[in-house]
Write a new protein. Structure first.
Length: 301
């Protein structure tokens, strides 16, 4: 059941109180720890995170749009709002804190009980492939990659999402990871799944995740049964009727995560990172939009 708000003012108050509670009872302050005599900011971290997430929920697509919105409509609520340059510098610097807030939101709302999970990746595009030779934004983290589902080359990073299936609803976001675009989907999974807190699930991935040794290791250590479709290998006979039927069922289970990717991009424009210029800015771009996405799955205003 989504939590409903009858006005955006009430949403802003709730969001501030939620972040303030997490700031006082979790490890969130450690992500912005200041070791100096000036360690107490006039514009607090709670205010900073609240403004950033609130304006993202209102679909202010850039940090500047969000900053100007707060300055125009809520300056009396945040009288110590700093200059735009300081505001942006802090947000980029504390991008890890925004990523941690995603986990706090996930843990604060009741998740579904379905033991069916899905895993897939999507491109975050910094620029088109034709400009790859001149691209300098967010170097050296970004790289040139290929997205088979969109049939295109791009310069950027890969966003891996793990979701949990829900009946007659969008899947629930469980976790995500950000890697360079040239890394294969399977290599990202090998880097993340053995260390995730997800256990005892039936997980569905596409053909990119076929690796019998890794699937066996994952099942033995995490009790994650990573299901992949049957793939015809060159020189082998065509797939049997049973194998084709299994592939159809597998595809129908995975379809909802593709819908989820489309919904996230529609709500946040996460795939378009063309205005990013630094690695910190890129990580902030992805983290803040994933926080907005998981909140939008749980609230309505």
């Amino acid at each position: 059941m989504k939590q409903k708000f009858d006005s955006i003012d009430n949403l802003l108050v709730w969001l501030f109180l939620f972040i303030d509670k997490q700031y006082n009872h979790t490890e969130l302050p450690l992500y912005s720890l200041r070791i100096s005599n000036n360690n107490v900011a006039f514009f607090t971290d709670v205010e900073l995170y609240t403004c950033a997430i609130f304006t993202e929920l209102l679909k202010c697509r850039t940090k500047k749009d969000g900053y100007l919105y707060i300055r125009r409509h809520y300056l009396s609520w945040f009288p110590n709002l700093p200059s735009y340059e300081v505001y942006v510098r802090k947000l980029n610097k504390y991008n890890d804190a925004i990523g941690y807030i995603f986990k706090l939101v996930r843990n604060s709302f009741a998740s579904c009980q379905d033991k069916i999970a899905q895993i897939d990746t999507s491109p975050i595009i910094v620029c088109s492939a034709q400009h790859s030779a001149r691209a300098k934004a967010a170097k050296p983290f970004v790289s040139k990659g290929y997205c088979p589902s969109k049939k295109m080359y791009y310069v950027g990073v890969k966003l891996q999402i793990i979701s949990q299936k829900r009946t007659s609803q969008l899947p629930y976001l469980i976790d995500y990871d950000i890697e360079t675009a040239q890394m294969h989907d399977l290599d990202i999974a090998k880097k993340t799944l053995p260390y995730t807190d997800i256990e005892n699930v039936e997980m569905y991935g596409d053909k990119a995740y076929i690796d019998k040794n890794f699937q066996l290791e994952l099942f033995e250590n995490k009790h994650i049964n990573l299901n992949t479709p049957n793939k015809k290998v060159k020189g082998q006979p065509p797939l049997t009727l049973f194998q084709n039927a299994y592939n159809s069922i597998h595809s129908s289970v995975r379809q909802s995560i593709e819908t989820l990717f489309g919904w996230i991009d529609d709500q946040t424009n996460i795939e378009n990172a063309s205005k990013v210029r630094s690695v910190d800015g890129l990580l902030y771009h992805i983290n803040i939009k994933m926080v907005a996405a998981i909140l939008l799955l749980n609230i309505q205003f």
